[in-house]
Design a protein around this ligand. Sequence first.
Ligand SMILES: Nc1ncnc2c1ncn2[C@@H]1O[C@H](COP(=O)(O)OS(=O)(=O)O)[C@@H](OP(=O)(O)O)[C@H]1O
Ligand SMILES: Nc1ncnc2c1ncn2[C@@H]1O[C@H](COP(=O)(O)OP(=O)(O)O)[C@@H](O)[C@H]1O
Length: 585
Amino acid sequence: MSQSALAPIQPAFEEDALIPPHGGTLKDLYLPQADADALKQRSASLPALDLNTRQLCDLELLLNGAFSPLEGFLGEADYRRVVDELRLADGTLWPIPITLDVSEEFAASLSAGSEIALRDIQGVPLAVLEVQDIYRPDLVHEAQQVFGTVDRAHPGVAELLERTRPVYLGGRLRGIQSPVHYDFAELRDTPRHLREWFAANGWSRIVAFQTRNPMHRAHRELTLRAAQKVGAKLLIQPSVGRTKPGDVDHYTRVRCYRALLPQYPADSAKLSLLPLAMRMGGPREAIWHAIIRKNYGASHFIVGRDHAGPGNDSSGKPFYGPFEAQQLLERYQAELGIQVVPFPAMVYAANRDTYVPATEVAADDDVRDISGTQLRRHLHEGSEIPSWFSFPEVVRILRERHPAQAPRGFALFFTGLSGAGKSTIAQALVAQLLEHTSRAVTVLDGDEVRKHLSRGLGFSREDRAANVTRIGYVASEIVRHGGIAVCAPIAPYADARADARSLVEAHGDFIEIHVATALEVCEARDRKGLYAQARAGKIAHFTGISDPYEVPEQPELRVDGDGAVPAVLAGHILDLLRKRGLLAV
Ligand SMILES: Nc1ncnc2c1ncn2[C@@H]1O[C@H](COP(=O)(O)OS(=O)(=O)O)[C@@H](OP(=O)(O)O)[C@H]1O
Ligand SMILES: Nc1ncnc2c1ncn2[C@@H]1O[C@H](COP(=O)(O)OP(=O)(O)O)[C@@H](O)[C@H]1O
């Protein structure tokens, strides 16, 4: 890898001209203004779909041509070939399925030729999809082929298997208006705008850098060297759509990138934000990233160690090898067009006070590095972050966002049968917590939530999912502000629990506690007399009797709700919280 990284790299197109887009033509799916206005009027009477964050990001990049040559969400023939062979039906290289998932009920109201209005979260119509294909994907097969695994520890797999709806709609898009962004509007470019900017500024050799993390000295060294090596200008194009759960939020990152820009020579680097919903698909995702950058006009693309890596699998091993992405890209280099610039990690050699590629470290070098986890610890503890690691301007922004010793918010999410002991253990736990800390704690108990937040909801699968998602949403806001949310619904369905988890994990820890009390015990307790009524058929869909309870596969903790008194069980939970560094006491 490193050897080929040092070989001279030549572009496969004429100097001075910008690289042609993928497939030859840069798509622009927006209608002219008058047609867009007319379609907007008409869209009010069409069936409407309010898009989630991923779908919205995909839509934006489809409409503005970043996903050229795609002209809409994939139909079945394209989808199958992309999943199995990384190609569209016509043979064009395309590694990641761009699909529109909907519920069975919504799909049942459509047929080929139907039009649907695609709207943002506020209900603003952005585009109309002319449905050409309605098909049911094999999501397990998709996960296996695209991500190489069905392990739900992979965020892309978890999304596919736990949050993707069962029917895909394929078809062409007509754009009404682009999604509105109120943040960093001046840093958001369409491929056409960026290409125009490059042309106007005489940039034709451009090396693009993708990132989802704050950039420090190592990143600056890497990008500078890559640009020098290929004699190109630098495009820093971070993903700001949706990245890996737990990442530094994009507001903070963009402030860091802006603070870093003056560290590059004048007129050598441009910052532009990419509203991409990452899948953390490693090698396949790297090809996708390269194609997108090509559409934005970059002639070269930096691929470092563990590009778009999802971390470790459930057994603690990395999902992909550190250079697998570079290897896959090399295989497709000829038809990609954009030149891949593989780069080893840059590390700091303290004895030479300089950064060197990891492959050029000498035997007597005193190599230093700080991992993301170590950096988080430094921030949390307020300890010194060495100046060789980052720039003071960047550190200042990170410290402001993550003040030292500020408590991290977290949610405790109890789940289990009615009568398992969720509320009782939760109460014992809250009492023990409040005896020791003055942190803000909010209890979201099943029964109680149903009196206000979820009033009017019943016990159908949909209503239970809505109830649990609402609890997850409120918990996520509590956690975002550094509080402790204690939730205790039955939450019998794995997908609804996963939903709550992903809402909370965007801001802090989600500790799922399965109160695994045997049904016979719960029934014998029958504190509210509900089991007797359920057995007598007076209550329908009663969990454990006439309705399912899906046992959590990998909760953070499983307690036997009949194995000890509630205070002791609560004590085990406190121990876990201390071990995870969530409680100082
Ligand atoms: N059909 C049926 N199934 C299960 N439970 C029922 C039902 N009807 C009423 N109840 C009472 O409602 C409480 C469960 O509400 P939850 O909001 O926790 O349930 S869920 O998470 O939405 O499935 C539950 O409270 P807990 O006993 O505290 O769990 C019951 O008292
Ligand atoms: N660890 C335990 N040991 C013995 N009884 C328990 C225990 N936890 C709960 N109980 C009793 O079981 C009943 C149901 O508990 P509750 O907390 O209301 O369950 P849930 O909230 O899961 O429906 C209550 O009468 C409670 O006192």
